[in-house]
Design a protein around this ligand. Structure first.
Ligand code: SF4
Ligand code: SF4
Length: 430
């Protein structure tokens, strides 16, 4: 079977400190859960109230926000606020676990969805606060609306591209919940009303996942195809994935329309919301890094503190020099082990000094590696130099999408991608 890839740049990225994809451990239920709520979301409960598992605790108020639900039963004991390393403020409700679970371990009522129309399905997706569970956490209902409004024809793409070992949690999810992912895809396709076909985009080294998708999609109402992609980072990025899929479209003489690209985690969440009336209560997370004794993939409740998960991995081998939520290439650095697992947290990486050292900056040695790997052909060294040494405030739209390839290969550990992407974003917003 042919393998489709993006034409230029990229890197082969491996990290031996990431957990193996062979097993998944259920994390303990947290005695204290820290449930993130955004600044623009209003609690529907008061401090001191008892809440049930899955109960609405904060309601979305405007575009970009979603309803928030309790992930454990218990008493809301306080509101917590803290600042990220990048200065953004966070708010959360802290729930002390008490009482019994309504859903965990119980036989659940199944709600058929075949008779529902696209608006009914979208309303359920919105009501249960389903978000894109990888990058921005954008409300899925808004993605569906935009896709329906802006396009006559859509192809739903299920992204299972493993160009980065820190996405191993998606692999574990597919192994355990492939039927839920496939049915979730069918629900989203119907909710959108513009989807005419489904593509499972799977990196060729994980071909077995692709074969499982095809086997489980025989009864779908939509034509479904498997497209094998390359494994070079950033093949998973929307831009690079679209490039590969457009090559496939041309080669097969198809007309795919626009792409709605979603990961398996959000599709499994859609399945739970529509079939079982369940919000996002848990997610698969890769926990590792050189400071973690026994890295592993865990299924954890949303709101579990990352320190608790690390403890269940045998604890730390020493004081971590750097902690990142998400991949070290593109994730968010945090300072506290009390930070909670949110719906977009697919990895927790705690690095010892030796691993964190690759992020310590030195002077550029003009090796040219950053130019070689940039998938869109930029000269990151030059742009970075102009911004940092000449103080250029706005670069104009360079097209940089922050993939991080330039940063990871830079032997001087310069923060190329952050600086270039940040200025690009400022330019775009200017
Ligand atoms: S300049 Fe931007 S697009 Fe190019 S490698 Fe760096 S982060 Fe990726
Ligand atoms: S990879 Fe780093 S050291 Fe090499 S040219 Fe680019 S900025 Fe300079």
């Amino acid at each position: 079977m042919r393998i489709y890839s993006f034409p230029h740049g990229g890197i082969s990225y491996n990290d031996p400190t990431a957990p193996s994809k062979k097993s998944v451990v259920n994390a303990y239920l947290p005695s204290l859960s820290v449930i993130p709520i955004g600044k623009r979301i209003f609690p529907t409960i008061s401090i001191g109230d008892m809440v049930r598992e899955g109960m609405l605790i904060a309601r979305a108020t405007e575009a970009g926000t979603v309803n928030v639900h309790a992930t454990v039963p218990g008493r809301v004991i306080k509101k917590a606020s803290w600042k990220n390393r990048d200065g953004f403020e966070n708010d959360a409700l802290v729930i002390r676990m008490e009482g019994s679970f309504e859903k965990l371990g119980k036989r659940e009522e199944v709600f058929p969805w075949a008779g529902l129309n696209c608006y009914d399905l979208q309303r359920i997706i919105s009501e249960f606060g389903i978000v894109e569970m990888e990058y921005s956490g954008r409300p899925l209902s808004e993605m569906i609306s935009a896709g329906r409004k802006e396009n006559d024809k859509l192809t739903l793409v299920i992204r299972c591209v493993f160009d980065d070992p820190w996405h191993v949690a998606d692999y574990a999810l597919c192994q355990q919940r492939i039927k839920a992912v496939v049915e979730g895809a069918a629900i989203v396709a119907k909710a959108s009303s513009k989807v005419t076909q489904i593509i499972f985009a799977v990196s060729h080294r994980e071909k077995e996942i692709g074969e499982m998708f095809i086997k489980n999609s025989q009864t779908l109402e939509y034509p479904a195809a498997l497209v094998l992609t390359g494994s070079r980072y950033p093949q998973r990025n929307n831009r690079e994935l679209e490039l590969a899929l457009r090559t496939y479209e041309k080669k097969e003489e198809l007309s795919l329309g626009a792409f709605l690209i979603l990961g398996p985690a959000v599709l499994a969440a859609v399945y739970d919301a529509v079939k079982f009336k369940k919000p996002i209560l848990e997610r698969y997370v890769a926990v590792g890094g050189s400071a973690v004794r026994y890295p592993q993939v865990m299924k954890a409740r949303i709101g579990t503190r990352i320190g608790e998960l690390i403890e269940q991995c045998g604890g730390l081998t020493g004081k971590p020099e750097r902690i990142v939520l998400g991949s070290p290439l593109s994730g968010r650095e945090v300072s506290y082990l009390d930070e909670p697992v949110g719906s977009t947290c697919y990895a927790i990486v705690a690095m010892a000094k030796s691993q964190a050292k690759i992020y310590q900056r030195q002077n550029c040695i003009n090796c040219g590696e950053c130019r070689t790997v940039c998938p869109i052909g930029l000269d990151p060294q030059n742009i970075y130099k102009r911004i940092r040494t000449l103080g250029i405030e706005k670069t104009g739209d360079t097209g940089c999408h922050g993939c991080g390839c330039c940063k990871i290969v830079c032997p001087s550990s310069l923060p190329l991608s952050e600086v270039i992407f940040e200025r690009n974003t400022e330019a775009a917003g200017a």
